[in-house]
Design a protein around this ligand. Structure first.
Ligand SMILES: Nc1ncnc2c1ncn2[C@@H]1O[C@H](COP(=O)(O)OP(=O)(O)O)[C@@H](O)[C@H]1O
Ligand SMILES: [Mg+2]
Length: 296
């Protein structure tokens, strides 16, 4: 099956006094009805990847293909808007993403008015209510509320409903639960699962927590220093990690951690990070399971 959204050798170099290579040679593919988890520590390049995919930033190298078309070349406002309606983003900070001056109803109806101008006002309101039901919020209790009247979890549900309003083909969720209370993270993450099955959406789930990848993502790519160091079926990566950096991430998960034992973890972690930078070749060690070689 052809990917819905694909990157080929994507690179992002930030300029200024100090050149930062935020992404190097990143190739990933998102498929209809499936989810890819992009996992890595803070600073590994995850959000940069999301910004390039949604064309909030132009890449400095490589290309992005949507439905087979090169969208790296899109420039005009209209083309970019049409593209972004297909590739929606859910951000990490549920507070920053909503405008405090507008009701939930406004947040949901505005994208509908923009992208589905044929709908009547009554149809828009019905659509907004149905979107809220999909993210398990009660429309009667929620439509007229303002962002400050909602909990963090409710706001993130509204953000997801808003992303769904325009019937996107792709949803990119950048650490969607990392700013929420531990106790509600899984219930919010659960919202994303039926999107794949029922709406056939292709998803990119960005997280620093490799353990959560298992809940939503069939495939996982591990990013470090702007490079993919390992990718493959999520279960394989978690049960049989081959790259030392993947093992390091797993060692930090209490219910999984074992590879390093408890001794000298931080010394070992520094050593692993040091050898995990750099441009080794990606090699396929099992069907669909790729591991970057470590330069000797
Ligand atoms: N606008 C920018 N200008 C300069 N450097 C940036 C910019 N955005 C991100 N970076 C750098 O790129 C690297 C990757 O950042 P980011 O993509 O935010 O990582 P993550 O989301 O994994 O924490 C970091 O070193 C960060 O400092
Ligand atoms: Mg980030």
């Amino acid at each position: 099956m052809n990917p819905v959204l694909e990157t080929r050798g994507l690179c992002m170099q930030f300029g200024g006094a100090r050149q930062v290579s935020a992404l190097s040679d990143v190739s990933i593919a998102l498929h209809e009805g499936r989810c890819l988890a992009l996992v890595g520590e803070s600073g590994s390049g995850k959000s940069t990847c999301a910004k390039l995919l949604t064309r909030m930033l132009p890449p400095t190298g490589g290309s992005i293909h949507f439905g087979g078309n090169d969208v790296t070349v899109l420039r005009g406002r209209r083309d970019l808007r049409a593209y972004r309606s297909q590739v929606q983003m859910v951000f990490q900070d549920p507070f920053a993403a909503l405008n405090p001056a507008h009701s939930v109803q406004h947040h949901l109806e505005r994208p509908l008015a923009l992208h589905k101008p044929s709908l009547t006002r009554a149809e828009r309101t019905e659509r907004a209510a149905s979107l809220l039901r999909q993210v398990e919020l009660d429309p009667a209790a929620t439509l007229r509320k303002f962002p400050h009247e909602l909990s963090g979890g409710q706001r993130q549900r509204v953000n997801l409903a808003r992303a769904l309003a325009v019937d996107p083909a792709v949803i990119i969720a950048d650490e969607p639960t990392s700013m929420l209370d531990m106790s509600i993270r899984l219930s919010v993450l659960d919202m994303f699962v039926p999107l794949k099955r029922e709406r056939r959406i292709a998803m990119l789930y960005i997280t620093h927590d490799i353990a959560t990848a298992r809940y939503v993502a069939e495939e996982t790519a591990v990013l470090y220093g702007g490079r993919i160091v390992e990718r493959g079926p999520t279960d394989r990566l978690i049960d049989d990690p081959r790259h030392p950096y993947t093992r390091l991430l797993l060692a930090a998960v209490p219910e999984i951690g074992r590879p390093f034992g408890t001794t000298r973890l931080s010394v070992e972690a520094d050593r692993v990070r040091a050898i995990s930078r750099g441009p080794g070749e990606l090699r396929e060690v099992a069907p669909g399971h790729w591991v970057r070689e470590i330069a000797a």
